[in-house]
Ligand binder design. Sequence first.
Ligand code: COA
Length: 362
Amino acid sequence: MTTAQVFEGLAGVLVAKTELSLVDGQHGRLSVRGHAIESLVSVQPFEAVLGLLLDGALPEPQRLAAWQRELGEARVRADERLRPRFLAIAAPDAMSTLRSALSLLPADATPADALGMAAVASAAWICQARGGQLPAPQPGLAHAADLWRLLSGREVNEGAARLLEAYLVTVAEHGFNASSFAARVTASTGADLPSAVVAGVAALSGPLHGGAPGPVLDMLDAVGSAELAEGYVQAELDAGRRIMGMGHRVYRVRDPRAFVLERALTEFQTGEGGSARLELARAVEKAAECELSRRYPERALRANVEFYTALLLEALDIPRGAFTAIFACARIAGYAAHITEQRTSGRLIRPDALYIGPTPSV
Ligand code: COA
């Protein structure tokens, strides 16, 4: 009889040292290289956070301009590479399409190439789903503004681009989440950057990770109106189903990203005359929080980032099927930083398992 302990899901296991981000689950704080998430979202452009992640500090104006140029050129290269092949790789779901598109990148692709490809491929999938034509990237624009142009097929709308940018900054990096870890495991074998990014994107596609926001909206549709929220939540939990957008492996309080996204969305929608949808969402969150804390008093299951992601991406008129792909458009910045950190300081990641199969015959 063995006494070895198995850490299911690796919860609480320290597998590496990192300088990238601190996820403080007890106090609900997130910081990226020492910068609180609240000081970055709606303050810094996506390019600055990319610089923070990859260069180690927020960039000076010249370096910021260089990142903007690099991303712009990468979107153009991605468009040239993807457009002639898009029909051959386009799949009914956006994440499969994104995976295939990233696989078109050469082994020596840069982080900007991966981000450029993610932006163009996600926008191409959305345009195809709407029956429209993908516009050509404008390399002179900021990344978020051009991504908005590409995926909406419209001219830049400053408010929408700002909201999309707030989202990209919020979710760019988040510790040793499953997909960043998958990217690191792949990088630890010496695999190239596109392979490690594809591994991350594959892990992100699951409903327990990046796939939750679509079902959050399905839930809001099913609830319909605020006074029905409580009954809906109870019926779902009684049926043994999870409430999407609630709970987190690390946070024991409300996810700090839920706060910043809710704030950015509220600002955007105040400009647009408010939103009944947001009010409904708040009622569902309240009902879910209440019922979950009654059923799991020791667990503290609160709203996570996906809850307000769902509302934000919906407000930007992004189709539900593309939500996880847009998440990837941001998180690839984090993957790139993890891949670099893993290559410079990590070892081959190769854990062990407790064998419980038949006794080996001699
Ligand atoms: N709705 C209902 N019950 C939930 C729940 C939710 N959203 N989240 C956790 N629970 C329950 C589990 O059913 C489990 O109950 P049990 O002990 O009776 O089986 C208990 O809480 C602990 O759950 P566990 O699976 O250990 O939590 P975890 O840390 O592994 O899971 C998540 C974290 C995020 C996977 C989980 O909270 C979840 O599935 N949330 C919904 C999906 C989601 O929003 N994902 C996006 C994450 S950013």
